[in-house]
Design a protein around this ligand. Structure first.
Ligand code: ATP
Length: 271
């Protein structure tokens, strides 16, 4: 059988509290996935009263890179006690003709064997590209994915989270009800979220008293969470190298380190 080098089965440890500024997304996802945990369902017969269960097989997260789509998928898995199988669309598509389809079937087979399980398809646009726009080989890949999604029983065993920066090129069959039922936009963090992302990424660091996260948040408009994470690492590196040069100074990250990091910082995502 085809072995997908890049698909990792894991139980992630990301919690909602690790993610800044996306409470509305959390609420939406919790309402969609509340059926996972049957013990928690407040009104167990509600589905029956409303004529049977809703088919909720997956959600699509879309928006600029580095804005927590992967983290969100991992938090859903952690908070609902599910396994997590992560697959990169670009890895799947670079295989030989026929192999991608086999690999997709293999992913679903592995997920069912590890149920309850979330399959996270990162860069789903590379496998779910509109059949009109892709070459012949794309045809079967999309069909296989649709077929596998249709074959799973909603919320019983496998739930799918897709992520993309290009929702516009996805095959329309993929994004309609019964497949990716909900489409959730994950945008760039606002000022308050940026402040929290700074906080999350510096909480284990010795910060000097002059570090003002509000000022940093205001000065990083247009940055993604991944940009801010990168900026924090650069500031720490600068602090370490300063400390190496003058070990008599206190071992801490100062505002000047963040400012120097900011001077060389170009956000990857401009709104
Ligand atoms: P891509 O589209 O490039 O795959 P993504 O949207 O999946 O990106 P993640 O991989 O989830 O982005 O985020 C990258 C890193 O950025 C995270 O590991 C985290 O450290 C940081 N990050 C991004 N957004 C947030 C956020 N809202 N709260 C906390 N950390 C964040």
């Amino acid at each position: 059988p085809t072995v997908l080098q890049d698909s990792v089965l894991e139980v992630p440890k990301v919690r909602w509290t690790d993610i800044a500024g996306l409470d509305h997304v959390r609420q939406l996802l919790e309402s969609i996935t509340s059926g996972f945990n049957t013990d928690c369902i407040q009104y167990p017969n509600l589905d029956t009263k409303f004529g049977g269960p809703q088919s909720r097989k997956g959600v699509l997260l879309y928006g600029p890179p580095g804005c927590a789509k992967t983290l969100i998928a991992q938090a859903v898995a952690t908070e609902s006690n599910q396994n997590f199988l992560a697959v990169k669309g670009s890895e799947l598509i670079k295989m030989y003709i026929g192999e991608s389809e086999r690999a997709i079937r293999d992913v679903f087979r592995r997920a069912r064997a590890a149920k309850p399980c979330i399959i996270f398809f990162d860069e789903i646009d590379s496998i779910g590209k509109s059949r009109e726009k892709s070459q012949d080989s794309g045809l079967n890949v999309v069909a296989t994915l649709l077929n596998e999604m249709d074959g799973i029983e909603a919320l019983k065993e496998v739930f799918i989270i897709g992520a993309t920066n290009r929702p516009d090129i996805l095959d329309s069959a993929l994004i309609r009800t019964g497949r990716f039922d909900a489409h959730i936009h994950i945008g760039l963090p606002n000022r308050e979220a940026r402040r929290q992302i700074f906080q999350i990424n510096t909480r284990k660091r010795p910060l000097a008293g002059d570090v003002d996260l509000d000022v940093l948040a205001s000065g990083t408009e247009g940055s993604s969470g991944a940009d801010i994470k990168g900026l924090c690492s650069v500031a720490v590196e600068l602090a370490i190298s300063d400390y190496e040069k003058s070990p008599e100074s206190p071992p801490e990250v100062r505002m000047c380190h963040f400012q120097r990091a900011l001077d060389t910082h170009v956000p990857h995502t401009i709104k």
